[in-house]
Design a protein around this ligand. Structure first.
Ligand code: FAD
Length: 449
């Protein structure tokens, strides 16, 4: 009987493990390898904010997993439960959500992490997260919808909260998102004659003293000053306390009237991991330097799902794509050794550095101990991440998008309009709350016929 290897999760950890197994075990007729993922694509998260900010087309930062993997099989579905003692995984898929009990001999846990809203009142229901492709498309859509609505005369009374965007979290995801959306909003104003630059308010709320703490005080302060110059408000030493339909309340007592909250301030372990009978650290699976789960032979975990010892620092690996993709390579070797025999490899990688794009062709970067800021850091960000994006086709498309960006303004097409949503669900249009007497000149200038 074939030896069955099951990889759960098609993010950086899972896909890179599979890509490296393609060169070894996937060629073996006595081995079957299957990767399971909720979506049929691999998402390149470092460029997610560029989709939200209309810098990149949405399909350019994702790759169909079936095009990435030639020999490893792919199954699109949801992992509903994992039974380690009986070596079975329950998968749910299809339009009727039916189940499959899928047995395995070897298992890789690479299910990533989930968002943590810390049970803050009203936040989860109202906030957009920045984790999936759907999140980025939703945020882009909301930005455009807000501009469209704010440009009409009937929005005059609530134009300010409609055009106030609050990002919770001053880490990489939060800073890159606020930088991108601030550029998108302000550069689109020439198409919205009734909106003034001062109507727009973009705010980032950060719990520490300086944003981007991973890059240190100097680069964090640079990013803070640069964003402030671009009219982004930075509120430090504060957190979101509560969200209502009117706005957000902060822990420092401040209230910001807004319709838009973007949450990048907390992650937690994937809830499925909490059901496993193995040692966990804050919900993530504890593994050794070979990614082995103690007490469960032939079960491994990596990426954001695992707590992996960092032999270069004596601590644990940070949850980054940079680590997960390199862990995938070493894990593929160790799986091959588990099937065929040989010497295992320990994961030993020294982080090369970190980079963040902060808008208007500026960035901050710390690479091999050297600090960069401004245009050069932004250029490094683009060059390095473009080189990391899988598949030549996508690299070319992104490079083209970026080149065209130099000559044309950002696209303002809404992918989903409220009308399309209503029609697709077969509902009739909701009754309007008020009847507005429109001034035909204002309507015409708003581009509405
Ligand atoms: C906005 C953003 C920007 C980032 N920028 C950077 C950056 O610039 N540099 C960097 O190094 N890191 C960055 N990161 C972090 C990086 O994305 C993660 O560390 C990395 O993705 C971890 O890889 P992973 O394979 O563990 O998890 P993921 O890449 O999250 O993959 C997990 C996969 O499992 C799937 N999954 C989860 N649950 C189930 C289930 N029940 N059933 C089926 N499938 C499931 C998910 O759909 C996903 O495809 C960023 C993260 C975000 C959110």
């Amino acid at each position: 009987m074939k030896k069955r290897i099951l990889i759960l999760g098609g993010g950086f950890g899972g896909v890179y493990t599979a890509l490296h197994l393609e060169k070894t075990l996937a060629r073996d007729p006595d081995v079957s390898i299957t990767l399971v993922n909720r979506e049929n694509f691999f998402l390149f998260t470092p460029m997610l904010h560029e989709v939200a900010a209309s810098d990149l087309d949405l399909t350019n930062i994702v790759s169909p997993i079936r095009k990435l993997l030639k020999r490893v099989q792919f199954f699109e579905g949801d992992v509903a439960s994992i039974d380690l003692p009986n070596k079975t995984v329950k998968l749910v898929h299809g339009s009727d959500h039916h189940c499959h009990d899928t047995p395995f001999d070897y298992l890789v846990l690479s299910l990533g992490a989930s968002t943590n809203f810390y049970n803050l009142p009203g936040v989860q229901e109202r906030a957009v997260t920045m984790k999936t492709l759907g999140d980025a498309v939703l945020l882009r859509n909301r930005i455009i919808a807000a501009l469209e609505e704010a440009d009409t005369e009937c929005a005059a009374a609530f134009r300010k909260p409609l055009l106030t965007f609050v990002v919770a979290g001053g880490g990489f995801a939060g800073v890159e998102t606020i930088g991108g959306l601030n550029d998108f909003l302000r550069s689109s104003l020439k198409f919205y004659p009734n909106i003034k630059n001062e109507d727009i308010r973009t705010v980032v709320v950060h719990s520490g003293q300086t944003i981007l703490p991973e890059l240190g005080e100097e680069l964090g302060s640079y990013a803070q000053n640069k964003l402030a110059k671009h009219q982004v408000e930075i509120i430090t030493n504060a957190k979101l306390a509560e969200a209502t339909d009117e706005g957000v309340k902060l822990t420092n007592g401040q209230f910001i009237p807004t319709r838009h909250i973007i949450w990048t301030a907390g992650t937690t372990a994937n809830p499925l991991l909490g059901t496993l009978p193995c040692a966990l650290d804050r919900g993530r699976v504890k593994v050794n330097e070979y990614f082995e789960v103690e007490g469960h032979p032939n079960v491994w975990a990596l990426g954001d799902s695992a707590v992996v010892p960092d032999l270069s620092t004596g601590k644990f690996c940070p949850p980054t794509a940079q680590h997960a993709l390199r862990q995938g390579k070493v894990l593929a070797h160790n799986i091959t050794v588990a099937v065929r025999g040989g010497n295992k490899k320990a994961f030993n990688f020294k982080q090369l550095g970190s980079l963040a794009a902060i808008g208007r062709r500026a960035g901050v970067a710390k690479i091999l101990g050297f600090k960069f800021s401004g245009f050069i850091a932004w250029f490094l960000w683009r060059t390095i991440y473009l080189s990391k994006l899988p598949r030549f086709e996508k690299k070319l498309r992104v490079a083209l998008d970026w080149t065209l960006d130099l000559f044309f303004s950002k696209d303002l097409v809404q992918f989903i309009t409220p009308r399309a949503e209503t029609m697709s669900t077969g509902e009739s249009a909701p009754p309007s709350r008020d009847v507005h007497q429109h001034d035909s000149t204002a309507m015409a200038s708003a581009g509405t016929v």
